[in-house]
Unconditional design. Structure first.
Length: 326
């Protein structure tokens, strides 16, 4: 067997700070499991941990999403056994590894129909979408949503999920090709105009009313457009900072913009209990198995090339989900 290794950081900064180092292969302790990873999901939040936007204790592993095979379980673990195929989203940083030890309560068994690569590409993004749509926005059939970065990892799942529940989707992407991709995913309208023109386009498409919900994972660059695109009593779900954090806003500004609602969900607040994660994963797997949501893997990198994967993600050179392969 080749040497077990992980990709980690000893200080925050650019992709060049990601280093290879040996991974621990000890026996799992009580309540833990040791996994051999088959595929690892790359997410934008990984760049926040690496850069220091989201503080971490150094040195630190990276990554919160992967799929693999259970090699061993510790005392008290009775819902898993060696050989089980599992996936996870969340928990301690450290998914960028060939082998890792992790609390067994975080692991979800994979249905036979779900491939390990699909699970690694979908778990964190998919449960995020489940929470954004079903628990944050609670959007209903017939309502209209604006989705920023609609061709990205979360955005591409959001577009499909919203269409599956009967919402009207206005997608926005960074260029014409990505907008066309969003339309292929089912978006009713797909735009690629500059952010300063977006609200006008959205108002035109909605008879001047604006949208019921804005899903904004872009942050600073999209914030003004989000505020201006939401209709009266609309909701802005701000869930990411791809272009930097959104600017501060006062309650008075929300009132002047049409008595808007604003939420900034932390996904893991919604998944604090293992049962919540399993239920959310179950809804995700059901969407995938039904064919209503297709998980597109746009790029695959070797785990050892994690730094280059980060550069591609931050350089907006990716579509769909990106995997790191051990």
């Amino acid at each position: 067997m080749s040497e077990a290794y992980r990709m980690a950081i000893r200080r925050t900064g650019g992709p060049e700070e990601i280093e290879r180092e040996p991974a621990p292969t000890a026996a799992p302790g009580p309540g833990e499991a040791r996994l051999r990873h088959l595929a690892i999901g790359l997410n934008y939040i990984d760049t926040y941990h690496r850069s220091g936007l989201y503080p971490v204790t150094l040195p630190s592993g990276l990554g919160q999403e992967a799929a693999g095979i259970v090699e061993a379980v510790g005392e008290g673990v009775d819902h898993l056994r060696p050989g089980d195929r599992v996936a996870y989203a969340g928990g301690p940083l450290g998914a960028y590894a060939t082998i890792r030890i992790i609390p067994a309560s975080l692991l979800v068994r994979l249905p036979d129909a779900i491939h390990a690569e699909t699970a690694a590409a979908a778990m964190l993004k998919g449960v995020t979408v489940d929470i954004l749509v079903g628990r944050c926005a609670r959007i209903e059939k017939g309502q209209t949503a604006l989705v920023h970065a609609a061709s990205g990892g979360v955005g591409s799942i959001l577009v499909q999920w919203l269409k599956a529940i009967g919402a009207r989707v206005i997608a926005h992407a960074g260029n014409d090709a990505k907008a066309a991709h969003a339309r292929q995913l089912g978006a009713d309208e797909a735009l690629s105009c500059p952010f300063d023109a977006l609200a006008g386009e959205v108002r035109s498409l909605t008879g001047g009313r604006g949208v019921d919900v804005v899903f904004d994972g872009v942050g600073a660059a999209s914030w003004a457009a989000s505020l201006a695109s939401a209709g009266k009593l609309g909701l802005i779900v701000s869930f990411g900072n791809a272009s930097g954090p959104a600017p501060a806003i006062t309650p008075l500004q929300l009132g002047r913009a049409g008595s808007l609602f604003l939420t900034r969900p932390g996904v893991f607040d919604y998944l604090a209990e293992p049962e919540a994660l399993r239920a959310s994963a179950g809804r995700l797997f059901a969407m995938i198995e039904s064919g209503k949501v297709r998980i597109e893997i746009g790029q695959r990198f070797l785990l050892a090339d994690a730094a280059e994967a980060h550069r591609a993600l931050e350089g907006r050179r990716t579509t769909g989900s990106t995997l790191l392969l051990p």
